[in-house]
Ligand binder design. Sequence first.
Ligand code: BGC
Length: 746
Amino acid sequence: MKINFKNNFIASVIISYLLFVQISLHGQQKNQTSYSNNLAKNAMSVSTESKIEALIKTLTLKEKVALCHAQSKFSTKGVERLGIPEIWMSDGPHGVRAEINWDNWKYAGWTNDSITAFPALTCLAASFNPELSSQYGFSLGEEARYRKKDVLLGPGVNIYRTPLNGRNFEYMGEDPFLASTLVVPYIKGVQKNGVAACVKHYVLNNQEHWRSKINVEVGDRALYEIYLPAFKASVKEAGVWAIMGAYNKFRGKYTTHNPILHKILKSDWKYDGVVISDWSSAHSTEESALYGLDLEMGTGTDGLGTSTNDFYSQYYLAAPFLKGLKNGDFPESLVDDKVRRILRLMFRTNMSANRPLGNANTKAHHDVARRVATDGIVLLKNEKNFFPIKDDKNVTIAVIGENATRSMTAGGGSSELKAKFEISPLEGIKARYKNATITHAMGYQTGPSRYNQVIPPTLDLDSLKTEAIKTARNADIVLFIGGLNKSHLQDCEGDDRLQFGLPFGQVDLLNDIYKVNKNIGFILVTGNAVEMPWLDKVNALVETWYLGSMSGHAIADVISGDVNPSGKLPFSFPVKLEDNAAHFFGTSSYPGENMTQYYKEDILVGYRWHDTKKIKPLYAFGYGLSYTSFTISDIKTDKKTYTTEDSITVSCRLNNTGLLDGSEVVQVYVGKQKSKVKRALKELKGFQKVSVNSGKQYSVDINIPVKSLSFYDEAISDWNLEKGDYIVYVGNASNNISKKTKITIN
Ligand code: BGC
């Protein structure tokens, strides 16, 4: 980029910037860590803020407007005469997406854009492990930096409301506290690289069906208590630099330019970063200008496959915005605020002097991906000690199912990745089991993963089934590797699943296999809960999510016992769809009627619904087995009575009473029985993942600020901490509580 010094003032701004670059570069060689720490801090220095103000004074109106919208599918224009660079963005939450063409959605076909695919965010949530989330974010940020991206379009923290949502795999489950706790270290990790995380989709984008039109009607309590906390934590605790609007409407107005952006995000939470539209989620110049959108992306496409070429100058925040500013329809302060935020983003990223260079596909990244994967895999059922499976030369293991070999980094929508490699479950199992005989049959086949198309299979389904039954009959152990995939109407952006049960005839196939071999373990590869009328046909069940590059190795680690499973479900698995709160209320609640839906379950989302309404789930939030056994004892709170400013310390002793080393997640829920408002029976307020060797014990202390027990009081439009008695529940799953203790808040 050429820099043209037009006047002395600009030159002095640039020279001081270059000086800053030099000094900082020098510092970088000396102390990389302290640089990272500074970058992670949210507040800009006074001198940077004054540089930003000086730049705003220097920019022409036209240049300011040009900063507020895209110039290509994933980039924005800079200001060449001032040396203000372009901003480059990329999806998405699980890895850095392959390069897309300048002006259409096709892949550019580069040969140097393959990366590490990290596990899906459901898996990260299931790990209940904030330390791993930090490593995940940092490694991903390094890859984004290496690929010269300034903004990484992720993570996603929309709450899991219905198991049909095609995009749940990109999110962190049904509990706001879990999602908040895990999203903060991820964001800090990404941003340590001088790459902005962009938390999405703000807000209430809880289904893909009709996502670009649906109007969500939800009460303030559910909004503040369930759907906003992870965004709030991203802003206030992680200091996130970018937030993406959503496609849907809230109370009749599109969320990308909605009064809640100013009211909640920018005013109440004092967010000083950029609001970026989702791709084509802006709908009006006036509303984009007035209601908090800073940077418009993707307009002129349907967000899925089609484009209007070179439409950028016609964006709502392009020529029409400039016209409105010139006419005096909008004050210049409006565009200045957007530009201020965009320049702040740049000083944090592409105008930051000495951000690290990043790297990709390193062993360290693959190790992190494998650790997150093994930490997040959830063992749901394990009868007759089916798992772990020994590598015995006298044993034949039949691996059946399309998901044993199907790529799960391809498809799914914008989170699709071009992984440098992806170890399939079958490859992972073959690599681990050197002595046992591994046989394989596909059993069923679906078409390739495509964004918004269902592609028919090409093979003969009857012969696939016959072959699978034969393979199963001749084996000692059957590993059925099935579930969903990343095709349209499965776990895929753009629409929702059409059925809660397993698709593609898998249940019929399983039943037929059961007739010839009853020793079956099911490896469920999904990002969502599924119906399981077949559960009694399998001895064991393990939920492995979508695990990315190291998928097969991670699955082999767990089923062989090299790693003892410790993942916990980040959302409930209902027995049947109507047991889920959103579905209980019928079509006006999901998917909506006449393009409006009412979140009638209000705050009772997920386990809050199951617990409070006494509807037993098939598998409960927070549940997950281990190959060893634990007891939680000596459970107590540090006091019986607390004031509103206190913190409650819940302590207990975790004993590993089994024969293997392992990790357990101690979970603390709190509930208020007598309340002036409707309450969930209990809510997760603290947890800790602890690893304990066989026969050993570990003391656990979990702190809970009393203020976090407040509810959002619609009568006063603020948080309200009720005095009185509360019950503290401690256990290792929402449905397995070891002890309840009463405390009082005065
Ligand atoms: C998705 C976003 C994504 C964007 C760019 C949209 O369709 O909703 O999450 O970041 O496309 O690919």
